[in-house]
Write a protein that binds this ligand. Structure first.
Ligand SMILES: *Cc1c(COP(=O)(O)O)cnc(C)c1O
Length: 349
């Protein structure tokens, strides 16, 4: 099937009206990649849903296309969001394409460079707010109370509607539900959207079992694992550096409903998983997206990963957005004189 964007592909499953413009930047329909080498190592059937291949490089486009289409339907003139980076990149792109103004509040100094560049080049008005993400979000909510501005954070219900499409694509492609779906959790909108999407697919008979949803947080930003707000969240995985998830209740329900669980991994484990994913199976995802693999590697080491499970990792964002964090743990290029002799020497030929 040719790529068509999710408002077309899932028109019947989304709350669209005749008046909802069917906008698209050709989001969705991202590859489900079989990770051959890691499957062998972990003795499971491991797949990666590479949502980093969306138009702005993260799954946020699935929800943003819906939120911006609805903002247009409701005749607002601007959108606003607080963002750890990817929401703003996505909001800015869809707003540009739809002819809406876009205001972005970023926690000062804590956003990956690629994402900041995106928001700016798409033409958003970007404000670096002193404080963390949770504080920036509170400000955005207050600013959006003015009628003509639509808040496009995941409190916006249409965001989560659009994000259901990822779960649908996985089930459509595998022709059944996997055993586990493992995803990183920040504000907890995405895991809630997966739960809702899967429940709907079960209801309409597209799948007959519910996958276990495993929500993975970073140890320094793990409010859902700890069961309490984290005042000063810290992690290299900036996309999930959130201490007070807006969708916490929905996420807890998602875990209970699917018999899943929350767990946390360290920054070291996240960066190690990122290198494993890239060097073993050729897929480069941003740090937050690698928390799920870090969780599996940890389960395996503890002897707690059953053989043969069919598992889908949700790679929420593209590695190229944030090259700085992984680079620090990698050996630099080898220097050599520009002669064949020297080259042979360093390459050991
Ligand atoms: C937004 C984001 C997350 C977290 O998703 P939530 O819905 O906030 O839980 C994870 N990874 C990446 C790359 C993101 O952009």
């Amino acid at each position: 099937m040719a790529r068509q964007g999710i408002l077309h592909r899932y028109e019947k499953d989304l709350p669209l009206t005749r008046a909802t413009p069917r906008i698209t930047l050709m989001e969705g329909d991202t590859p489900l990649i079989h990770l051959k080498n890691l499957s062998r190592e972990l003795k499971v059937e491991l797949w990666a849903k590479f949502d980093g291949l969306n138009p702005t490089g993260s799954f946020k486009d699935r929800g943003m296309v819906m939120a911006v289409a609805k903002a247009l339907e409701e005749k607002t003139t601007a959108v606003i969001c607080a963002s750890t980076g990817n929401t703003s990149a996505s909001a800015a792109a869809y707003a540009a394409s739809a002819g809406l103004a876009c205001f972005v509040l970023l926690p000062a100094g804590k956003v990956a460079l690629g994402k900041l560049t995106q928001a700016l080049i798409y033409g958003a008005k970007v404000v670096a707010v002193k404080g963390n993400f949770d504080e920036a979000l509170q400000l955005a909510r207050e600013a959006a109370l003015s009628k003509k501005i639509t808040l496009v954070n995941s409190i916006n219900p249409y965001r989560l509607w659009g994000q259901r499409s990822a779960a649908w694509e996985i089930c459509d492609e595998l022709q059944k539900a996997p055993d586990w779906i493992v995803l990183p959790v920040g504000n907890a909108g995405n895991i809630s959207a997966y739960a809702a999407g899967l429940e709907y697919y079960k209801e309409i008979g597209k799948i007959d079992s519910m996958p276990r949803l495993m929500g993975v947080q970073a140890e320094g930003a793990a409010p859902l694992v700890l069961g309490r707000i984290v005042e000063k969240p810290e992690t290299v995985a900036t996309a999930i550096r959130i201490g007070n998830p807006v969708n916490a209740e929905k996420a807890v329900r998602a875990i209970e409903m699917s018999n899943g669980k929350f767990d946390a991994v360290t920054d070291t484990e996240i960066l190690e998983a990122q290198r494993e994913l890239a060097s073993q199976d050729g897929v480069f995802a941003e740090p937050a997206s690698c928390a799920p693999l870090a969780f599996l590697l940890k389960q395996k080491r503890a002897g707690k990963l059953s053989e043969g499970l069919r598992i889908v990792l949700i790679l929420t964002g593209n590695g190229l957005k944030d090259p700085d964090s992984p680079l620090q743990g990698l050996p630099g290029p080898i220097s050599a004189e520009g002669t064949l002799e020297a080259l042979k020497g360093v390459l050991g030929l």
